[in-house]
Design a protein around this ligand. Structure first.
Ligand code: C2O
Ligand code: CU
Ligand code: CU
Length: 499
């Protein structure tokens, strides 16, 4: 209890000191009602111990994690048999005890909430038996996997209730932390919100030889961040919580754990961060102000580790970071906190020293060539609008319309422009299926070191123009869209046919 108060005080003082430095980091136009506004104002001004505060631009803050529950680690999915890389993944309906003694109706893969972790290796030929046990259509989309469009699980790949499908692909890309989730047209946000999301790890010779922490659940920890709103019966009532501009909740779940804490040894711990929220942006930092090391972006390792004090991930983005718990001062309690100071994940550090691992200075050979940088822009994407009037190049999604075509294996430069609106606009996390791309520039400037790696989603700020170099290695029709899931469902999505 004592520790919790300390963390809260610390978090709030960081909030006060840091002020409103990062005005663009939250997704929404102001969407609070007055009641919430009054409530949170009072906490800011009057009751400093209150744990429901409001960030500078009107997004409901997350309740601080009390740390009373040990973080759940998703099970590693077992193969169906020894002879082949075959897995079964079922989308299911279930009940989950998120709050003590209360059953919440949820969705999950091979379980009642969220899904297992699929560990694949580069070179694997993978066969997945995907079964829909829901009472509505769904799809199985592999976010970040470079696979042929017929295995990608976009809105065209519907599996009806009670039906199943065998999905086959070969893993040809390098080690990375990817994920999977449903993608049925107009229903992605609700199905993800109800609990459909799981992890895909790709490992390769490089990832296994670098000497990084690799002990799953011990010093190599997945963290799926999702914010939810629970109604007074502690149910996820998506229709009631839904906001056309992105559904934001006040309750954080990490790997489906309410009020999580993570117990670690005094060692280097690798955290694989996934923003699995419908719409909320996170800016992760340590409550002590200490730095950490980023080692990977969405689609692979950085060439060299980057030291950071904070990292922002918009919906669907991933980053891998390493925190060295043998080097940190533990006296005042350590926690991962958000931009506005809310406590996301308190750490409990044991006395044990743990494994010896290292962060090598060279991890990858990612490069953006001069030729790629000099290519002319051949595709332009303009993101515009808000609420249910969100569009790409002035159009809403039409499953029967192909917006772009590109040749297989040919690199093109896309320019993505986020056209501001009268209220200033908001960040749109722009995602492309079936490939990993390279950022050439943001408003003409070279991207920061921590973005110089493979990406499949990119935060585009209001008024910003981002250039990316992109190549597809497989054929078929792929989606590109805003990964604020309500924007996607509202039609901020287009299709590219790779020929
Ligand atoms: Cu995370 Cu269209 O996908
Ligand atoms: Cu995707
Ligand atoms: Cu958007």
């Amino acid at each position: 209890m004592k520790k919790k108060i300390k963390i809260t005080v610390l978090a709030i003082s960081i909030l006060v000191i840091s002020g409103c430095s990062n005005a663009n980091s939250q997704p929404n136009h102001s969407m609070m009602n007055n009641e919430e506004m009054d409530d949170s104002m009072m906490n800011m001004d009057g009751n400093m111990m209150g744990n429901r505060h409001m960030s500078h631009d009107g997004v409901v803050s997350l309740n601080d994690s009390t740390g009373e529950n040990e973080l759940k680690i998703p099970a590693m999915l077992e193969r169906d048999n020894k002879e082949e890389v075959a897995y079964t993944v079922r989308a299911q309906i279930g009940k989950t005890e998120i709050f003590d003694g209360i059953e919440t109706n949820t969705y999950g893969y091979n379980g009642t909430f969220l899904g297992p972790m699929l560990r694949l290796e580069k070179g694997d030929t993978v066969k997945i038996r995907a079964i829909n046990e829901l009472d509505e259509n769904t799809t199985f989309h592999w976010h970040g996997l470079e696979v042929a469009a017929d295995a990608d699980g976009g809105p065209h790949d519907v599996i009806k209730p009670g039906e199943e499908k065998i999905i086959e692909f070969k893993v040809e890309q390098e080690a990375a932390t990817l994920w999977f989730h449903p993608h049925p047209e107009g229903k992605t946000s609700e199905q993800v919100y109800n609990g459909l999301a799981g992890l895909v790890y790709i490992e390769d010779d490089n990832s296994k030889s670098l000497g990084l922490p690799t002990d799953y659940g011990k010093n190599d920890i997945p963290l799926i961040f999702q914010d939810k709103t629970f109604d007074d019966k502690k149910q996820l009532n998506y229709r009631a919580a839904m906001n056309d501009d992105g559904t934001i909740g006040d309750t954080l779940l990490i790997n489906g754990t309410l009020n999580p804490k993570l117990t670690v040894n005094k060692e280097k711990v690798r955290l694989r961060l996934l923003n699995g929220s419908n719409a909320r942006n996170f800016t992760f930092k340590l409550n002590t102000g200490d730095s950490f090391i980023q080692i990977a972006t969405d689609g692979g390792f950085l060439n060299a580790p980057v030291t950071l004090n904070e990292i922002t991930l918009t919906p669907s983005e991933r980053a891998e970071i390493v925190v060295d718990f043998s080097q940190l001062n533990l006296e005042n309690g350590l926690a991962l906190i958000n931009e506005d100071g809310s406590v996301l994940l308190p750490f409990e550090v044991s006395d044990q020293s743990g494994a010896i691992s290292r962060i090598p200075g060279e991890m990858n050979d990612f490069s953006l060539t001069v030729e790629e940088k000099d290519l002319p822009v051949t595709k332009k994407v303009e993101l515009f609008g808000m609420m249910d009037m969100v569009m790409i190049n002035g159009k809403k999604f039409d499953a029967d319309r192909i917006d772009f075509t590109q040749q297989q294996g040919v690199t093109e430069v896309w320019e993505i422009y986020n056209r501001p609106d009268m209220m200033g606009g908001m960040i749109h996390p722009f995602h492309i299926h079936g490939t990993q791309f390279k950022i050439i520039s943001r408003d003409g400037e070279e991207p920061s070191e921590y973005e110089q790696g493979w990406k499949d989603s990119i935060a585009v700020h209001p008024g910003e123009r981002v250039k990316i170099a992109i190549q597809f290695n497989h054929k078929g029709v792929y989606m590109f869209h805003c990964h604020i899931l309500e924007h996607e469902d509202n039609g901020m999505m287009g299709q590219i046919e790779v020929k």
